[in-house]
Write a protein that binds this ligand. Structure first.
Ligand SMILES: [Zn+2]
Length: 91
C-alpha cells in the first residue's frame, strides 16, 4: 500500500540523514525533505526484552553502520512500534 506524505501529499519515501559530528541519525521525508524525527537507535532496541532472535540479529548488524537506507529505517520503526506496544501492555 502506498502512503502519501503529510507534508507534500506525494508518495511518501523515508530518507535517513546522519549528523557527522554527533553521529545521530535523523529521518526525513525523501519526497520533500521535511524533517520527521530522530531515527530509532538499534542499540536501544536491542535492550528491549520484546524483540525476537531474528530482530536481534538484524539489529546487531546495524549497530556499527554510519548510515541506514530508508528500507532499514522502516524496519527499525516497525520494531520500535512493536517494542513500545508490548511495553504498554506489560505496564
Ligand atoms: Zn513529502
Amino acid at each position: 500500500m502506498r502512503e502519501s506524505c503529510q507534508h507534500c501529499g506525494f508518495e511518501f519515501r523515508l530518507n535517513v540523514v546522519s549528523d557527522r559530528r554527533t553521529s545521530t541519525k535523523y529521518l526525513r521525508a525523501g519526497c520533500c525533505n521535511a524533517p520527521l524525527r530522530p531515527c530509532p537507535d538499534p542499540n536501544e532496541l536491542l535492550r528491549s526484552p520484546n524483540i525476537t532472535t531474528n530482530e536481534c540479529e538484524y539489529l546487531q548488524r546495524l549497530v556499527d553502520l554510519d548510515w541506514f537506507s530508508g528500507k532499514v529505517a522502516a524496519v527499525l520503526l516497525q520494531i520500535e512500534a512493536k517494542v513500545k506496544t508490548s511495553g504498554e501492555v506489560r505496564a
